[in-house]
Design a binder for this molecule. Structure first.
Ligand code: FES
Ligand SMILES: [Fe+2]
Length: 382
């Protein structure tokens, strides 16, 4: 793998986004339509839907989506909207359905494959045919054990979208990993601040003094430097062998890693809202959920080798605590950024060469938003 040094990808003149991108309800609404209504969005791990009937709700593009495993073990996703009078079918964020989904209002009942199978008194309606009223389906697919959904019927298949990432994660065998910790954070900051913050470590010496002893911020390089997938690696500073509080390994090694990989931590942002952190002995992934222009929810999961929890030396708390502290430091500074950016005094500021990845992320974001604008011209207000 050839790595390109961070500074070489720097473009002179890059500046941060104007304030309205972090505060304006109209920008937020456009993002919902142009990004979240059209992209493949990671909604969690396939393993969370282990049994037929298990479901989770996902909020994206201003929609509530039911993501479930049906009776034949197929993964399915549907708008959370009854075909009778539109009522939300599922209310709890996750759960286990029986063999059907029944609307809580007038009891229209759907099989988990989406067919309408019960509709009280509708047989008295001339011409009514249950076949005409299946649940509205949403595209769903899996990559490396991660579930993705897409509201756009014309979207390219997930595998095609992820082609630039290719097989670069194969050696970590992410599909086999097991989630052992999950923390949900509410952050009073725009979702883009969370992504931009993840994409640089210029802030590490000031915000994360403990992390900097394990992962020197000037170490490593980025190998994905333009487009929807961005990031690279940092060196784990010897004698430490992992990014944990103690610096010790906390679980069995992942996959089939080279000697270089065993000394490195990789950090990638997958546009728009997934972040993936790979260490020699565990992985962490984040999904970021915009709630309002100035607030987001971040779901963070720690994953290990499936045999790790029973193996000697297993101590996931060492990694959990390391990132939970780091996460909270990050969310706090993102919240402080949000407050400052909301000021009338804020104007876009210059990015340094150490912020080439957030600058590239902003370029991709703006290109995607304007591409979305040309596709929807005439149907939106801008
Ligand atoms: S709205 Fe769902 S059954 Fe009437
Ligand atoms: Fe950070």
């Amino acid at each position: 793998m050839s790595f390109v040094k961070t500074v070489e990808s720097y473009r002179q003149g890059a500046r941060t986004l104007p304030g309205r991108y972090y505060t304006a309800p109209d920008v937020f609404a456009e993002e919902q339509a142009r990004l979240f209504g059209r992209h493949w969005i990671c909604v969690g791990r396939e393993a969370a839907l282990a049994e037929p009937g298990s479901y989770v709700l996902a909020d994206l593009g201003g929609e509530s989506i039911i993501v479930l495993r049906d009776q034949s073990s197929e993964l399915r996703a549907y708008y959370n909207v009854c075909r009778h009078r539109g009522t939300r079918l599922c209310e709890a964020a996750e759960g286990r359905l029986s063999e059907t989904i029944q609307c809580p209002y007038h009891a229209w009942t759907y099989a988990l494959d989406g067919r309408l199978i019960g509709a009280p008194h509708m047989h008295e309606v001339e011409g009514f045919d249950k076949k005409d009223y299946p649940l509205h389906a949403v595209a769903i697919d899996v990559w490396e054990g991660f579930l993705f959904v897409n509201l756009d019927r014309r979207a390219p298949p997930l595998a095609q979208w992820l082609r630039p990432v290719g097989d670069r994660f194969t050696r970590y065998q992410l599909g086999t990993l097991r989630t052992v910790r999950r923390i949900v954070y509410d952050v009073q900051a725009n979702w883009k601040l969370v992504l931009q913050n993840y994409n640089e470590c210029l802030h590490c010496p000031t915000i994360h003094p403990e992390l900097s002893t394990k992962l020197p911020y000037t170490s490593g390089a980025n190998d994905l430097i333009e487009g929807p997938f961005l990031g690279g690696y940092m060196e784990i500073k010897a004698p430490h062998v992992s990014a944990t509080l103690t610096g010790r390994a906390c679980a069995l090694p992942l996959g089939a890693l080279s000697d270089d990989d065993r000394r490195r931590a990789f950090y990638y942002a997958l546009f728009p809202t997934m972040m993936l952190s790979l260490h020699p002995d565990y992985a962490v992934f984040y999904t970021v959920w915009p709630r309002t222009p100035a607030s987001s929810r971040v779901v963070c999961e720690w994953m290990v080798h499936p045999d790790a929890p029973g193996a000697p030396g297993y101590n996931i708390a060492d990694a959990e605590e390391f990132w939970d502290r780091t996460n909270r430091q990050d969310w706090h500074i993102c919240e402080q950024s949000q407050l400052g950016i909301g000021s009338r005094a804020y104007v876009p500021g210059p990015y340094s060469p150490r912020e080439s990845i957030p600058a590239a992320w902003d370029r991709h974001y703006l290109a995607t938003m304007s591409a979305g604008a040309s596709e929807t011209r005439g149907t939106t207000s801008r």
